[in-house]
Design a protein around this ligand. Structure first.
Ligand SMILES: Nc1nc2c(c(=O)[nH]1)N[C@H]1C(S)=C(S)[C@@H](COP(=O)(O)O)O[C@H]1N2
Ligand SMILES: [Mo]
Length: 253
C-alpha cells in the first residue's frame, strides 16, 4: 500500500521531533525516526491523511518525552561561542506593540508560587543583587532559524535556592501575559539555565522579553519564556502554549 504525506508541514514536524532527540536517542532510533514506515508501526496509525499523520506524530512526541527525560544528562553543556559569533541583529518573534506598555523596573514584581517556602515577590533590583553571570549560546527556533546571542542574569538554580523551592518537585512553570511554558526540574537546575535581565550586556530589550526571559540553551526556543510574570513549582505537568498544541514537551536535549 502506498503511503503519502498530505500535510504540507509534516516534514518539518517530523524533523522537529527528530531534532528534539539528543544524540544517544538519535543513535537508538537511527534513521528509523525519519522513516514513515517506522512511525506508522510505532504509533499504530496508517499515514494516509492529515489527521492520521498528526495522531502518529503526537504519539511519537509523547514517546520522545519519556525517552528524553530518561536520557537527559544534567552535566551535559550546550555549546558556547565567542562574542564575535553573535548574530547581529539578533532575530525576535512574538513581539507586539502591547509589550511596550510594560511595567517599569520600579514597580515590576515577579510572582513566585507553588512548592516554595519563600513566596515573596521579587523586584528587578532584588534580582539584580543576586550573583550575575552571562553566556553566549545558540537559540534554535523550530520555525527554522537559529542565532547566537549573549544573555546575562541569575543562574536559575541560585534563584530556586533563594526562594527555597522544593527541588524534589518535578516541574517549574512560567506564566507570561501572552504565553506559558514549563520545564522539568533537572533542566531548571542545569548550570546554563539563566533567569536573564540583560541581552548583549544591556537591559533586556522589549522585543527580547523585558523584563525577564528564561534562557535555556539546552532547549528549543519555545521553552525559553519571555515577559515572565510568575514562576511556580509543581508536581503536576503545567504543559505550555505550544506544548498543548502537540509540540514535544521536553523540547531539547
Ligand atoms: N512570552 C513569550 N515568550 C516566548 C514566545 C512567545 O510567543 N511569548 N515565543 C517563544 C519562541 S517560539 C521563541 S523562538 C523565542 C524567541 O525569542 P526572541 O524573540 O528573543 O528571539 O521566544 C519564546 N518565548
Ligand atoms: Mo520559536
Amino acid at each position: 500500500m502506498q503511503r503519502k504525506f498530505f500535510s504540507p508541514h509534516a516534514k518539518e514536524i517530523v524533523s522537529d521531533v527528530y531534532r528534539g532527540l539528543d544524540a544517544p536517542a538519535r543513535r537508538m532510533f537511527g534513521k528509523k525516526v525519519l522513516s514513515l514506515g517506522a512511525i506508522s508501526m510505532l504509533s499504530g496509525c496508517t499515514l494516509s491523511d492529515d489527521d492520521s499523520i498528526e495522531k502518529a506524530l503526537m504519539v511519537m512526541s509523547r514517546f520522545n518525552d519519556r525517552f528524553q527525560g530518561w536520557l537527559f544528562d544534567p552535566d551535559k553543556m550546550a555549546p558556547t561561542y565567542s562574542e564575535e559569533m553573535i548574530t547581529k541583529p539578533f532575530p525576535f518573534n512574538a513581539y507586539y506593540e502591547e509589550h511596550e506598555i510594560r511595567p517599569s523596573p520600579t514597580n515590576f514584581k515577579l510572582k513566585v508560587s507553588g512548592l516554595v517556602r519563600g513566596k515573596k515577590d521579587w523586584t528587578l533590583l532584588e534580582l539584580g543583587s543576586l550573583p550575575q553571570t552571562s553566556q553566549v549560546t545558540r537559540h534554535i527556533c523550530v520555525e527554522g532559524w537559529s542565532a547566537v546571542g549573549k544573555w546575562g542574569g541569575v543562574r536559575f538554580s541560585d534563584f530556586l535556592a533563594s526562594i527555597e523551592a522544593d527541588t524534589t518537585a518535578r516541574y517549574v512553570g512560567f506564566r507570561c501575559h501572552d504565553y506559558h511554558t514549563s520545564i522539568d526540574m533537572q533542566t531548571a537546575l542545569h548550570a546554563q539555565t539563566l533567569l536573564t535581565l540583560t541581552y548583549a550586556d544591556e537591559t533586556l530589550p522589549a522585543k527580547y522579553g523585558y523584563p525577564l526571559k528564561l534562557r535555556i540553551p539546552t532547549k528549543l526556543g519555545y521553552k525559553n519564556p519571555k515577559y515572565i510574570q510568575e514562576v511556580f513549582v509543581t508536581n503536576i505537568n503545567p504543559g505550555g502554549f505550544w506544548e498543548d498544541q502537540g509540540y514535544n514537551w521536553f523540547g531539547g536535549s
